[in-house]
Design a protein around this ligand. Structure first.
Ligand code: V0D
Length: 255
């Protein structure tokens, strides 16, 4: 029976919900938004906001790791970010190297595994090399997964998945009638990861902005007005405590 039908006919998720309300979310995704606004409020250049965003990222990784979060996915660069002025794009695309130069040693020591989702081939070679090195060095680590969404766009990700499934159908490798959620999920960048349990978006914007559209189907969403550079342990704790107090029903009924 396909998964969507099994979900209709079983109370598995409803039962599961009770357990999940007491634990820390396994997978937390964050849209690191509000860096430009933070800088503008201080009459600083946008680049200063991005630098402050790195500091917030560094401490959030530390807090997430201490809290026992299994996977932290952070949205660092979207496919739409190419529309920004070239100097800002160039600055942003140097940040992976800059961040890893200072932090990779510590992350590796803490057994953190660095991974990436997004259209790698669209990034400049220097950015790809920096990320590839971190992914390679930490490939066998068994601690928290730190997953960077770089040059990522959800609609393009879904289109690429559909193209590759369609090609397999043409080649006779898959039967169209048997394509199910699992087929789709296994063709997305996130194939190796469970769906996020919690999405956090700071900076007051209440939208998904083309981030993980498929994967967020059942995710709890948490929005806060705090800009990303000001995001600290208390904000992460607030989001997680809200998550733990919500009943996750996955469309089932609670009993
Ligand atoms: C700028 C706030 C770390 C968001 C954080 C290329 C906007 C700082 C990385 C990074 C960015 C990416 C991959 C990796 C290691 C680090 C990063 C970008 C922007 C866009 F393997 N911070 N960071 N990447 N900002």
């Amino acid at each position: 029976m396909p998964r969507f039908l099994r979900r209709l006919f079983s109370n598995q998720e409803a039962t599961h919900a009770k357990k999940e309300t007491r634990s820390v979310p396994c997978h937390v995704a964050i849209i690191m938004d509000g860096n430009g606004r933070w800088a503008a409020q201080r009459k600083l250049p946008r680049t200063a906001g991005h630098q402050a965003g790195i500091v917030a990222l560094r401490r959030t990784i530390k807090h997430a790791n201490e809290m026992g979060i299994g996977i932290l996915t952070v949205y660092a660069f979207s496919t739409e970010n190419w529309k920004r002025p070239k100097p800002e794009v160039d600055f942003l695309l140097r940040l992976p190297h800059e961040f890893l130069k200072s932090d990779l040693g510590d992350l590796h020591k803490k057994n953190v595994k660095v991974t990436m989702i997004g259209f790698m081939e669209g990034l400049p070679l220097h950015t790809r090399n920096a990320v590839s090195e971190a992914v390679g060095v930490t490939a066998n680590n068994t601690g928290m997964v730190l997953n960077f969404a770089l040059n990522y766009g959800s609609r393009d990700e879904i289109i690429a998945a559909v193209q590759s499934i369609a090609q397999k159908a043409v080649d006779g490798e898959v039967k169209p009638a048997l394509i199910d959620e699992q087929t789709m999920a296994s063709h997305l960048f996130t194939a190796a990861l469970p769906d996020p349990d919690l999405l956090i978006r700071p900076s007051g914007e209440i939208r998904l902005s083309n981030f993980l559209l498929w994967q967020l189907a059942y995710t709890e969403l948490w929005f806060t007005d705090v800009n990303w550079p000001d995001f600290d342990r208390e904000h992460l704790e607030e989001a997680i405590s809200a998550y733990r107090n919500r009943d996750r029903r996955f469309g089932g009924i609670k009993f």
